[in-house]
Design a protein around this ligand. Structure first.
Ligand code: F6R
Length: 605
């Protein structure tokens, strides 16, 4: 949550920062600010409530000159999104600037102490406590002052600081992510890699408890007491283009359209030459586990639910799925024969990270399905299965979900083959279907016009019901979540067979019912459920297979997607539901890429 960009080098810092913030706006977009140090003079600060565009306009009229600066795009936690509460925060003498992501948990007692010492606070934020605390300790040595302040602070944070007296950025990390970009006679710091892509691919991911001293031509990483630490320099293989809209009106739409090629990346080199196995680079020994627990948040947890169906079917292991925010607090029962799979695009979601830590504490084997390399989860887990989805900028996750599903397909086949529960023939059949999926996704995208007409017809409705069963129950959950997130229309999802146990009371001609009715082992039962909805004057929008003419007699609107193996169908079906959410939000004139109240990568509880 919240984006940080810092620059020290030979370019105008304001240009680099604004450009970087644009790439990080998905991390928070309720206010933004920037501070630049013109050598020797007092710091120049501009900050505004509202989206980044408001700041960009303000910077046009107040150009900020200087080659050292910090910028922030905020997702408010403490204090409303106002000009004053926006970051950076300056000290009372205007010479010290601080930006902070995360939460300072003990800010109230600290604020009380600082007020008693005569400090005057301007904002309602927890961050401002840091400014006054560093100022309180400042006796001419900035680094020593930051260290002394951090000793008194508790919470999860990523912090960047500079002082008008120094040509230096001081960064510190406790839980919230932070990455340093290494350039030539210039260096960068950011909360997330996309901000750095146009400038450098050489990065250092800070670990928890790291502090970095960043000057134009040197980077030193230490712990909080000053002990120098060795940190690996990683090369990022994402291209800058991948973080651009490339002609699409929204990142989300671009990412929906990228899904066929993302799948090729996820599968890349992982199918064995014999056509009936997969090769995964894991240290895990499947013979040593007898149970799987999958935990994640939001969309990633729905990918986990598809994983549950796949692993149980193909590898015959018992699987449980639970959202990480619940899992971590309920003293789950795990042991060394449990495999805990955590799923995360960002690798930084605090609930998922803490769930992983809980699993490790209990001695479980751990595996992460992840997108972002160098992320916190990647550093703590035993094994990683990267999904290779590239940077996902749209706040509503689409291509990462697709790649997570693909990763679960691979994992389930791998486990099934190792455990002897999946035959050569069935493995080959699923792998053939998976290889063909990119083509089917392209075909599913051709339904966009059909979907747009449905979105137009129902954009004014207040409630939607999504139904799906079997391996497509999670698809219904994901479809409802996408619609809620970006169109703000209330949408609930149920397992189709559950409808009779309650939700059927809601059915009337005011609530469209989106039913996943593609060919499956439970197809006939789904058709019966559709008839139950129709008998109560419900409106049925059904996701059907192209060749299924018969079902059209029972439904009001059809969205056609190509048929595939039932176990692979969630990958194809979800595309139509992503488009339905997108087309609806578009028609309602909403900001698809930056839905209200949301931020990508939730690093606070
Ligand atoms: C929904 C969405 C969120 C994330 C969730 C987990 O579109 O993006 O529900 O899926 O916050 O995020 P990661 O995968 O980064 O752990």
């Amino acid at each position: 949550m919240c984006g940080i960009v810092g620059y020290i080098g030979h370019r105008q810092a304001a240009d680099v920062i604004l450009d970087g913030l644009k790439r990080l706006e998905y991390r928070g977009y309720d206010s933004a600010g920037m501070v630049v140090s013109p050598q020797g003079a007092n710091l120049n600060l501009v900050k505004r409530a509202g989206k980044l565009g408001v700041l960009a306009e303000a910077v046009k009229t107040t150009p900020l000159k200087g080659t050292l600066g910090l910028g922030h795009t905020r997702w408010a936690t403490h204090g409303k999104p106002t000009d004053i509460n926006a970051h950076p925060h300056l000290s009372e003498d205007g010479r010290l600037a601080v930006i902070h992501n995360g939460i300072i948990e003990n800010y109230l007692p600290l604020k009380k102490q600082l007020l008693a010492k005569g400090h005057v606070f301007a904002s309602d934020t927890d961050t401002e406590v840091l400014v006054h605390l560093i100022e309180e300790h400042y006796g001419g040595d900035l680094v020593a002052a930051v260290r002394a302040a951090l000793v008194e602070v508790s919470g999860a944070y990523a912090l960047v600081v500079f002082h008008a007296d120094y040509e230096l950025i001081v960064a510190a990390r406790a839980t919230s992510p932070m990455v340093i970009g290494i350039g030539k006679n210039e260096n960068f710091v950011a909360s997330d890699v996309p901000a750095l892509l146009p400038y450098t691919r050489k990065v250092v991911f800070l670990h928890d408890g790291d502090m970095a001293l960043i000057s134009r031509d040197e980077i030193t990483v230490t712990d909080f007491v000053g002990q120098v630490l060795e940190r690996e320099v990683s090369n990022i293989d994402w291209d800058a283009e991948a973080a651009e809209k490339s002609g699409y009106p929204h990142y989300m739409l671009k990412e929906i359209y990228e899904q066929a090629s993302v799948l090729q990346q996820t599968f890349g080199g992982r199918f064995a030459a014999n056509g009936s196995d997969v090769a995964l680079d894991l240290t895990l020994n499947p013979a040593l586990i007898d149970r799987v627990v999958i935990t994640a948040a939001g969309t990633a947890s729905y990918a986990g639910m598809v994983g549950e169906y796949l692993i149980e079917k193909l590898a015959r292991l018992p699987v449980e799925v639970e959202v990480a925010s619940e899992f971590r607090y309920r003293e789950p029962v795990l042991n060394e024969r449990t495999l805990c799979v955590v799923v995360s695009q960002s690798g930084e979601t605090i609930d998922t990270l803490e769930a992983l830590r809980e699993a490790k504490r209990q001695g479980a084997k751990t595996l992460a399905i992840l997108n972002v390399k160098g992320s916190s989860i990647s550093r703590e887990v035993d094994d990683v299965l990267y999904i290779h989805a590239g940077p996902e900028i749209g706040v509503a996750s689409t291509k990462a979900y697709m790649a997570m599903l693909a990763a679960f397909e691979l994992l389930a086949i791998w486990l099934g083959r190792h455990r002897g529960t999946l035959s050569d023939e069935r493995a080959a059949e699923i792998i053939r279907a998976l290889r063909h999926t990119p083509v089917l996704i392209e075909q599913a995208l051709e339904s966009r016009e059909q979907i747009a007409q449905i979105a137009e017809a129902f954009k004014g409705y207040n409630d939607y019901l999504f139904l799906g069963r079997g391996i497509n129950f999670p698809t219904a959950l994901e479809g409802a979540l996408k619609l809620k997130e970006i169109s703000y229309i209330h949408a609930e999802a149920y397992a189709t067979g559950e409808m009779k146990h309650g939700p059927i009371a809601l059915i009337d001609d005011d609530m469209p019912v989106v039913t996943i009715a593609t060919k499956s082992s439970l197809y006939e039962k789904t058709v019966s459920n559709i008839q139950e909805v129709k008998a109560r004057d419900g409106i049925v929008i059904a996701l059907i297979n192209e060749a299924d003419e018969e079902i059209k007699n029972h439904i009001d609107y059809a969205i056609s997607v190509p048929e595939t193996d039932e176990l692979v169908s969630p990958l194809v079906n979800v595309v139509a539901l992503q488009l339905l959410a997108y087309e609806t939000a578009e028609r309602l004139g909403l900001d698809v890429d930056q839905p209200r109240n949301l931020a990508k990568s939730v690093t606070v509880e």
